[in-house]
Design a protein around this ligand. Structure first.
Ligand code: FRU
Length: 484
């Protein structure tokens, strides 16, 4: 049998849904077997959002990288995932790496990096493909056969964007001269692609590789999203092994300068977020990220069960004064069942607790009054995930130290709160996504509770709060249908 037998793998997937293990999330995309990572090829095409993602269907290692595919119109109902693109020729024999998608003349096309290694030499090629009726991607022409001069074999993850009717790519790269990260821009002219060189930023030596770039437009601003590797952790940021963030400015496609750009800011403050990609559709920017982290596989005990990682919920991005705000896409409100099932509305509280549903969304407005220390906790029996806010320091700490299995530790970031702390939490079986101050910051993380129990929400403070208002909704699961 072939290594990647689409029929056999799809049949195995069909048996794997609905996902049953207690660590499997209900409203996050994930697979019954294998390892998934970066979202790829995000495209709105003929009335539906197409989502591809990296997938090793053969095991929980970072190899055999294929693309899986699902389609949704509303981010609630999805086609059942299927195998769409897999390594089967000399160019991509070591993996169909990340890339983007485009809707072109009635076809959904993808552009991906063919990963090929000959001994220690990498020969990355960028290749187009076309999604076919049977759900597989037909491999078409290679548009960039290898890395250009001055760049090492770390050259991957093409992302297509248009300006003034012309098409361009950004591609993640490493400079040969000093092994530092950068991105290159290519321009299409009459069907061929020309290297316009690096985007010039003021970041200087900023890690050894930049992966997964996206070049987005928000009004007059250009936003370069990328994932630098090799930055040192600091007290209030860059605390994961690798980062996912952006700079906002104005990109000149003549000088290649990113002019007047902001500092590098992270898109997410949690433990488990990397390699995001954005759909730009009807003026909206919808982001999906990978809930996972390269080179940290030991933090994810679902590996023992034969699958690893999830994608985030779709988030809508807005740029305000050089900062990206991210909020859960409005479509997710349709997941709410048992509408407003529980109301929290108490004043003079210094401690409050409430049992959650098997999948919840929590919206809290906490009027701090005189309180200086506030802790919002999710208790899983004796295990605990907590959000600890120190109003004097203006620091939020996410603490997973009281979880027994999986990744632990803390993540700290600055958060300015005046009178009222706003928190929106999506609590799935293992995936938790938090939005602070109406999207000013977001955090994605996974917890692997030992017991299959509904978590309890608890709030503790040093001094009584002025008030807590909020709601808790039970959330429905994603619905997977037969592919049509
Ligand atoms: C980021 C990444 C990409 C690469 C892909 C391979 O997580 O390393 O740079 O294309 O994953 O799976």
């Amino acid at each position: 049998m072939e290594k990647f037998d689409k029929k056999a793998i799809d049949a195995r997937l069909a048996q794997g849904f609905p996902l049953e293990h207690r660590w499997h999330n209900r409203f996050h995309l994930e697979m019954p077997f294998g390892l998934i990572n970066d979202p790829n090829g995000l495209t709105y095409h003929e009335g539906a959002y197409h989502i591809f993602y990296q997938w090793n269907p053969l095991g929980c290692e970072h190899k055999n990288k294929c693309w899986a595919h699902v389609k949704t119109r509303d981010f609630v109902h999805y086609t059942r995932p299927e195998l769409s693109l897999w390594p089967d020729d000399v160019h991509d024999k070591d993996g169909c790496y990340s890339g983007c998608g485009l809707s072109e003349k009635g076809h959904l096309r993808v552009l991906y990096t063919c990963n090929r290694k000959e001994g220690s030499v990498r020969i990355p090629a960028q290749r187009l493909g076309t999604l076919q009726e049977d759900g597989s991607v037909r491999k078409d022409e290679i548009i960039i056969p290898d890395h250009p001069e001055g760049i090492t074999g770390h050259f991957r993850d093409p992302f297509l964007f248009s300006r003034h009717g012309r098409r361009y790519l950004v591609i993640g790269a490493q400079r040969a001269e000093n092994e530092t990260g950068t991105v290159l821009v290519y321009e299409e002219r009459e069907g061929s692609w020309y290297n316009l060189g690096e985007v010039h930023t003021r970041l200087g030596d900023f890690g050894y590789m930049w992966e997964c770039p996206n070049l987005l437009q928000f009004g007059n601003y250009d936003v370069l999203v990328f994932c630098p590797q090799g930055l040192e952790a600091r007290e209030y940021d860059r605390q994961n092994i690798y980062q996912a963030g952006y700079i906002a400015g104005h990109l000149s496609l003549d000088s290649m300068d990113m002019m007047q750009h902001t500092k590098f800011q992270e898109l997410d403050r949690g433990f488990d977020f990397y390699a995001p990609q954005v759909f730009e559709h009807e003026g909206r920017h919808l982001l999906l990220g990978w809930m996972g982290m390269p080179d940290k596989d030991d933090d994810y005990p679902s590996k023992e069960k034969g699958w690893m990682y999830s994608l985030t919920l779709p988030r809508e991005l807005r740029l305000r004064q050089g900062h990206i705000y991210s909020r859960p896409a409005r479509e997710l409100r349709d997941l709410r069942i048992q509408e407003s099932a529980v109301e929290i509305d108490k004043s003079e509280v210094s401690s409050l607790s409430q049992t959650l549903f098997d999948g919840s969304e929590i919206l809290l407005e906490i009027e701090l009054g005189q309180a200086k220390q506030i802790e919002v906790m999710l208790n899983y029996g004796l295990e605990r995930l907590s959000f600890q806010y120190d109003r004097v320091q203006q620091v939020m700490v996410i603490n997973r130290d009281d979880m027994k299995r999986g990744g632990r530790g803390q993540r700290k970031f600055k958060l300015f709160v005046d009178q009222s702390l706003s928190l929106q939490l999506f609590v799935d079986k293992t995936a938790v996504e938090a939005f602070f101050q109406h999207g000013e910051e977001a955090a994605s993380l996974l917890v692997f509770p030992e017991k299959n129990i509904q978590p309890e929400l608890e709030i503790q403070t040093d001094v009584s709060l002025a008030s807590v208002t909020g709601k808790v909704w039970a959330l429905d699961s994603f619905k997977y249908q037969l592919n049509s």
